[in-house]
Design a protein around this ligand. Structure first.
Ligand code: PLP
Length: 265
């Protein structure tokens, strides 16, 4: 009997057994992550309830970028349903190593056009569509694969130069975004479902509230301008501010360190 086929109890009872020998999960790590995951789910449910929303209206993306494979494996064993990655190249190594899992992989980071094929091939959803050029590349690869890719438009609501996303910090210029949206809507293999943003970092999570509110207002603006398109999803909020984001209407929160611990450097 191969060790990977042995009953888990038997495997654990083998004192010489070293988990790194096969794909077994690290049980202590799983239980730590499970506890944090459940805690965050509880915080999500509380924040949703306070805002008069169903807990199920907010989905939790567990951000596994920069985390090693054993942490990703433990996150899945702990119950994570959606994993968020920021670097296509790094992500596909993990995706290839975990072929039998049912998790959804979401791309949440900036995608270089030359990595568009990886996103089209391996991801369930893209949160960070930040240019028409990228949209065109994705559409082409999705067409070759015969698939539809759900996407969110990433917008920059702060004006910070370090942030990706369509410029949306100035309400007076929101109309200028309409032509990009029209072009993106015209790609038959991409389905727009809403907006995503990454506000500036503050020690006090309350300070991100105006940025989340701005994303919500932009959603209303686009709902009026393009009522034929689905704008329902708002991907906003990380470990430091996901509760505020839910209070302001988030439907996806992207939480990494609060569940998986600090990212290795
Ligand atoms: C890293 C990252 C997150 C998660 O940040 P944490 O502090 O680990 O919760 C969320 N969204 C994006 C776009 C990220 O790059």
């Amino acid at each position: 009997m191969l060790i990977k086929d042995a009953p888990a109890g038997l495997v654990r009872s083998l004192h010489w057994y070293n988990p790194s020998m096969d794909n077994a999960t690290d049980e202590p790590l799983v239980s730590v992550i499970r506890e944090r995951y459940q805690h965050v789910l509880g915080q999500i449910a509380d924040a949703a309830a306070r805002s008069g929303r169903e807990a199920g209206s907010v989905r939790l993306v567990v951000v596994s970028k920069s985390q090693p494979l054993e942490v990703v494996r433990a996150a899945i064993a702990a119950g994570a349903l959606i994993l968020g990655e920021s670097y296509a190249q790094e992500a596909i190594v993990k995706i290839a190593a975990l072929p039998e899992t049912a998790v959804e992989w979401h791309m949440i980071g900036h995608v270089q056009s030359r990595k568009a094929d990886l996103v089209a091939r391996y991801f369930s959803m893209l949160h960070s569509l930040d240019s028409v050029k990228l949209a065109a590349r994705l559409d082409k690869y999705c067409d070759e694969l015969g698939r539809i890719l759900p996407v969110l438009l990433e917008v920059n609501v702060s004006g910070e130069e370090s942030k990706f996303g369509f410029p949306a910090w100035d309400e007076g210029h929101w109309q200028d975004l309409e032509s990009a949206v029209e072009q993106i809507m015209a790609f038959s293999r991409l389905r727009l479902h809403g907006l995503m943003t990454m506000p500036p970092f503050f020690d006090d999570p309350g300070q991100t509230r105006p940025y989340f509110q701005r994303l919500r207002l932009l959603q209303v603006f686009f709902e009026k301008a393009f009522p034929q398109t689905d704008w329902a999803e708002l991907s906003m909020g990380t470990s430091s501010d996901f509760i505020t984001a839910i209070e302001e209407g988030a439907t996806y929160v992207r939480v990494g360190q609060a569940i998986l611990g600090p990212r290795p450097i």
